[in-house]
Write a protein that binds this ligand. Structure first.
Ligand code: 6PG
Length: 243
């Protein structure tokens, strides 16, 4: 698999290194196409990156050429503290000059199945197609210590092969419904970057990055870009068990 492992002292150093690459890639992409389609994850790790962008790149990125989509969203209203959009708005969106029409949030407040269909259609409409799947330029993923990514959990592996662009996942502990990109869309992206930090994830990171035999039980192991490039941005704590 075409993957690169990058290890840094801590989250802020991951954010700095990732942003340098992100900024350069955007420069290249906008020479070829009008804008850049980026899918971002929720949870706590992306906040580190958002804070870095606001503090160091607020006026250095062509925000009007960036279109933000979500990898997944909890089925809650945008003002709910669980909302990935809400978190992104607080930590990034309302602090940068990005046009409203460039922010494509999932409507977590709507009926999950209806919204999964709507969001999938929106993505199909707005993105170029490769081998029958919409192609993101960049997808930023997190990973749970259970090996889930996006909102594809170990007990819902079929979402990796779904024929839909978006589907409804269910958090195995809370039962919370979530709208998620499915495996084939994620793997069609040109550049996929996992951002994973913390000792608590080191076991799972080692299983997946070292491609241990039993790692096929975990969704993150099935993130294998068809044509694109996969990078792992890890802090030292998450990387302690790597070969
Ligand atoms: C979400 C995310 C989810 C996240 C992982 C890691 O909606 O929670 O999309 O897949 O990336 O759970 O979360 P942390 O970054 O908070 O560890």
């Amino acid at each position: 698999m075409n993957q690169k492992i990058r290890i840094f002292k801590d989250g802020p150093q991951i954010a700095a290194a990732f942003t340098e690459v992100f900024a350069k890639k955007i420069e290249l992409i906008v020479e070829e196409q009008p804008d850049v389609k980026v899918a971002i994850s929720g949870g706590s790790t992306p906040r580190i990156w958002f804070n870095y962008l606001v503090n160091h790149f607020k006026d250095k990125l062509p925000w009007s050429k960036l279109h933000f989509y979500w990898v997944d969203e909890r089925c809650v209203p945008p003002d709910d503290e669980q909302s990935n959009y809400g978190m992104t708005y607080t930590h990034l969106l309302h602090q940068i000059e990005i046009p409203e029409e460039n922010v494509h949030r999932v409507r977590g407040e709507d009926d999950p199945e209806t919204e999964a269909e709507r969001y999938g259609q929106l993505i199909k409409q707005n993105l170029p197609d490769r081998q029958g799947w919409p192609k993101f330029d960049v997808i930023i993923l997190g990973m749970g210590d259970d090996g889930h990514t996006a909102s594809i959990f170990p007990d819902q592996l079929p979402l990796l092969e779904s024929e839909k662009v978006c589907a409804v996942g269910v958090h195995p502990d809370s039962g919370q419904k979530r709208i998620t990109l499915t495996g084939k869309v994620i793997n069609q992206a040109d550049w996929i970057a996992f951002m994973v930090t913390g000792q608590g994830k080191s076991e799972m990171v080692a299983k997946i990055v070292n491609q241990e035999p039993d790692s096929v039980k975990y969704p993150a192991r099935h993130i294998v870009p068809e044509h694109g490039f996969l990078e792992w941005y890890l802090d030292e704590a998450a990387a302690t068990k790597l070969n």
